[in-house]
Design a protein around this ligand. Structure first.
Ligand code: OOG
Ligand code: MG
Length: 268
C-alpha cells in the first residue's frame, strides 16, 4: 500500500535561503532554476513569505518599500506567461527610474517592458476595500512603464514561483503628468507603447481587470489577507494592459496614455 506523505511546509531558514538566491540572481543578473523544481509542494502562501523576505533584503541594503504592484491583471499578460491569477509584488526605492532616465541592460537577465497606469496614494489603506472605496485613497493617477525581469531561466515559472520572485518586478518609470482620480474616466483610456518610435503595443486601461480601480481593490484584499497595508505616499502599479515586449540595448521606450501624457526611458 502506498502512503501519501503529508505536505512538508518550508522552514523559515529554507524560505530565507530561497529569498537570498532570488536576491543574488537579481543583483548578479544570472537566472536560476524555478523553486518548484526543487520544492514541488511550494504553495502561494509560502511564496508570499519568500517574497516578503526578499524585499526585506533590499531594505537592509538601504532601499525601503515605496509601494506595490499588481500583476497578471489583464488577459494578455496571463496568456503570455501561462499563469491566470492576479498577483502582487513589492516596489522598493532602487526600482524607480526617472522619466527619461536610463536602464542598464547588463544588470538584467532578460528584461521586458509593459504599459501600465499607476496610482499615488494620499491615505493609508489597511482593510479590504471595493473599487470605489479604494479610489477615495488615491491622490493622483499617472501613466507608467514597468520593466519586468523574471529571475527564472527562460522567463518560465508557475504561480508560486513568480510570487516568490516578487512578481518579476525589476524597475518602473512614472509619467510626470499627475491627474486627480476624478479628473478623467479611468475605465477606458487608450494606451500605446513605442520602441524606437514604432508602436509595438496598443491597448486600453479597460484590459486591467475591466477597470484599474478593480486592480487596486484586489490589492487591498490580498494585502489585508496577509496582514499588510498600503501607506499614504505609496505607488501602486495596476498591471500591464498588454503583453510585455523584450528589451535590447539602445532601445528608447515610450508609453502614451489618453489624458495622462507620456513616460519613457532608454536602455544602455
Ligand atoms: C509576471 C508579472 C506580471 C503584470 O503587469 O502583469 C506583471 C510576469 O509577467 O513575469 O507585472
Ligand atoms: Mg507589470
Amino acid at each position: 500500500m502506498t502512503t501519501v506523505s503529508p505536505r512538508e511546509p518550508l522552514t523559515e531558514d529554507t524560505r530565507a535561503a530561497l529569498a537570498g538566491r532570488l536576491h543574488d540572481a537579481a543583483r548578479s543578473a544570472r537566472s536560476v532554476p524555478q523553486i518548484t523544481a526543487e520544492h514541488p509542494s511550494l504553495d502561494v502562501a509560502e511564496a508570499y513569505l519568500i517574497q516578503d523576505a526578499l524585499w526585506q533584503l533590499r531594505k537592509l541594503e538601504g532601499f525601503p518599500l515605496v509601494g506595490r504592484k499588481m500583476g497578471l491583471t489583464s488577459r494578455a499578460k496571463m496568456e503570455q506567461v501561462g499563469v491566470h491569477e492576479p498577483i502582487s509584488g513589492a516596489l522598493t526605492r532602487d526600482m524607480q527610474v526617472a522619466d527619461g532616465g536610463e536602464l542598464r541592460f547588463a544588470e538584467h537577465c532578460h528584461p521586458r517592458v509593459e504599459p501600465e497606469v499607476a496610482f499615488l496614494l494620499g491615505k493609508d489603506i489597511d482593510e479590504p476595500l471595493g473599487p470605489a472605496q479604494a479610489m477615495t485613497a488615491v491622490d493622483a493617477v499617472c501613466c507608467a512603464l514597468e520593466i519586468i525581469d523574471s529571475r527564472y531561466k527562460d522567463f518560465r515559472f508557475t504561480l508560486p514561483d513568480v510570487v516568490a520572485d516578487n512578481a518579476s518586478s525589476s524597475h518602473f518609470v512614472l509619467g510626470s503628468t499627475l491627474r486627480g482620480p476624478r479628473d478623467l474616466n479611468l475605465a477606458n483610456l487608450g494606451m500605446a507603447m513605442e520602441v524606437n518610435g514604432r508602436v509595438v503595443q496598443t491597448g486600453s486601461s479597460a484590459a486591467i481587470l475591466e477597470h484599474p480601480a478593480r486592480s487596486l481593490a484586489a490589492l487591498t484584499v490580498q494585502l489585508a489577507a496577509r496582514g499588510l497595508s498600503l501607506k499614504a505616499g505609496d505607488v501602486v502599479l495596476a498591471g500591464g494592459a498588454t503583453a510585455a515586449v523584450p528589451l535590447g540595448v539602445g532601445d528608447f521606450v515610450q508609453v502614451r496614455v489618453d489624458g495622462l501624457g507620456s513616460a519613457g526611458f532608454v536602455v544602455r
